[in-house]
Design a protein around this ligand. Structure first.
Ligand code: CTP
Ligand code: MG
Length: 248
């Protein structure tokens, strides 16, 4: 049977190779527990929850590929979900590229999702995939900002910093993941910009840099990134609320 008769599949690449410096000393961030379960396990489940996702590629901390594989072998996922674990790199951008290199040919749509956003609801994942399937080449979930943002001239730590501008808050969005892409668009951006100045913290930004168009769809407050210790408190509170509401 030829694979050409099958429609392209959707994969989720999960960069999980970061150290989590801002979270403080300890295991790599993706392996730290949230309510007793490693953050990465929550993130893999969040991607596998979408009916459209049939492959999850986890990009593990380079020295911890074996423990990550062990952790994920015992995980019960839907029958449709295939799982791959590959070692990551020095930066998020490099880790994503290594994840993309592992994709089989029949993947047409790619999500890139931070392991550090373990609680994204499936409706947000599906909304991103839908927008790609409807024709967008790059899709980002995002939320309006609560705080006003100032652009400053960065100074020494602790010193007052001159304000340069105050962008109109109504036009700003804070972006989240999963970001969704037509595969070729994302792969091209990563190949062209590999080793370019300034590591991208956001894949969509790489597509923009090359003149591609990116659209925003509504994000979700539970898709926040676990970055600092207080975020762990919030994430565990969200999990406790889910458990109380629907026995999750
Ligand atoms: N990431 C990665 N490879 C790297 C650096 C980051 O795969 N070399 C991943 C992280 O594991 C995380 C996501 O990119 O899931 C977003 O990065 P961030 O929140 O900055 O995580 P860390 O880099 O681990 O945290 P910190 O910057 O505080 O060290
Ligand atoms: Mg980082």
């Amino acid at each position: 049977m030829s694979d050409e008769s099958l429609p392209p599949r959707t994969a989720a690449v999960i960069p999980a190779a970061g150290r989590g410096v801002r979270l403080g000393p300890g295991a790599p961030k993706a392996l730290r527990a949230l309510s007793g379960t490693p953050m990465l396990v929550h993130a893999v489940r969040a991607m596998a929850a979408s009916n459209a996702v049939s492959l999850v590629v986890v990009v593990a901390p380079p020295g911890d590929t074996a423990p990550v594989r062990n952790l994920l072998t015992d995980l019960v996922l839907p029958d449709r979900t295939e799982l791959l674990v590959v070692p990551g790199g020095e930066s998020r951008q490099e880790s994503v590229r290594l994840g993309l290199d592992a994709l089989p040919d029949d993947i047409g749509t790619v999500l890139v999702h931070d392991a550090a956003r373990p609680l994204v609801p499936v409706d947000t994942v599906d909304a991103v995939i839908e927008a790609v399937r409807a024709g967008a080449t790059a899709v980002v979930p995002a939320l309006p900002l609560a705080d006003t943002v100032k652009e400053v001239e960065p100074g020494e730590k602790g010193e007052p910093e001159p304000v340069v501008a105050t962008p109109d808050r109504a036009r700003l969005r804070a972006v989240q993941t999963p970001q969704g892409f037509e595969r070729a668009t994302l792969v091209n951006a990563h190949h062209i910009l590999a080793g370019a100045d300034g590591e991208a913290t956001d894949c969509a930004g790489m597509v923009e840099r090359l003149g591609g168009s990116v659209v925003v769809v509504p994000g979700h407050e539970e898709a926040f990134k676990v970055t600092r210790p207080l975020d762990l408190v919030l994430a565990e509170a969200v999990l406790a609320r889910r458990r109380a509401n629907d026995g999750f």
